[in-house]
Design a binder for this molecule. Structure first.
Ligand code: 1GP
Length: 243
């Protein structure tokens, strides 16, 4: 499969909003795969993202194989580290943490991953990843040893996103961090979206249907939700596909 990015562009061009369910291999119980994925398949979710900040070697591949048995949704790696790259998925967000100033997460990990990527069929999607302060320290912040951008520095956040696009990144991801207290504000989303030509992903701390709708209205093209589904699978009931 090499058409995931083009399908995102296509959706954005007709105003169709996208939803990714994020599954962290470190937190997910494999025995629950069939039941969980049935709910995903019945919901408005369009993508499955797989990744986490700290994941055991091989856990990603085992999970992706298990998911593939039960869904045709595209599975996109959202890796916290090189060890999470597996050919079994369909695509990879090749994330550069452009809000931070840690060279390892701007380019170092990417160089380390080349020998792996050269022998995969993954669709590689360069993505500018921007961590925004949310009220508490998140795993991304700790693992990458970077500071998030202050949420009141809206213009700086928007310029960071635009710089990522001008560097050739094909997606921009505004991240409040998994389990964030405060999701990315609609003010930030609107300003960033106004500057960008590439699709905009927003995630971190989104727990209600209203928050999803507000993010879409502000300009998010794809919303990512992990924790809310992990904590309460009945959340899927409010996001059922219309038949
Ligand atoms: C985290 O943006 C994702 O990387 C999703 O965050 O787990 O808070 O939904 P949540």
């Amino acid at each position: 499969m090499k058409h995931i990015y083009n399908n995102i562009l296509q959706s954005v061009s007709v105003g169709k909003k996208l939803l990714a369910v994020l599954i962290d291999p470190d937190k997910f119980h494999l025995s629950n795969t069939e039941i969980f994925i049935k709910k995903v398949n019945e919901s408005i979710a369009t993508h499955i993202f797989v990744g986490g900040s700290e994941v055991d070697d091989k856990a990603t591949e085992v999970l992706v194989n298990a998911l593939k048995k039960y869904t045709h949704l595209p599975i996109v790696l959202f890796p916290g580290d090189v060890t999470q790259i597996t050919d079994k998925a369909d695509a990879l967000l090749f994330l550069s943490l452009i809000s931070g100033r840690n060279p390892e997460y701007l380019i170092g990990k990417h160089i380390q991953s080349v020998s792996k990527l050269e022998v995969t069929n993954l669709e590689i999607i360069p993505t500018g990843y921007i961590l925004i302060e949310n009220g508490k320290e998140t795993a991304v912040q700790r693992v990458t040893d970077t500071k998030p951008l202050p949420r009141e520095h809206v213009d700086y956040i928007a310029d960071t996103a635009k710089a990522g696009e001008l560097l050739g990144m094909k997606l921009i991801y505004l991240e409040a961090g998994s389990g964030a207290i405060h999701p990315v504000t609609t003010e930030i989303i609107t300003l960033v979206k106004g500057k960008l030509r590439v699709p905009l992903i927003v995630g971190g701390g989104i727990r209600t249907k209203l928050q999803i709708e507000n993010a879409y209205k502000a300009g998010a093209d794809l919303v990512v939700i992990g924790t809310a589904f992990e904590e309460d699978e009945s959340f899927f009931d409010s996001l059922k596909k219309k038949t």
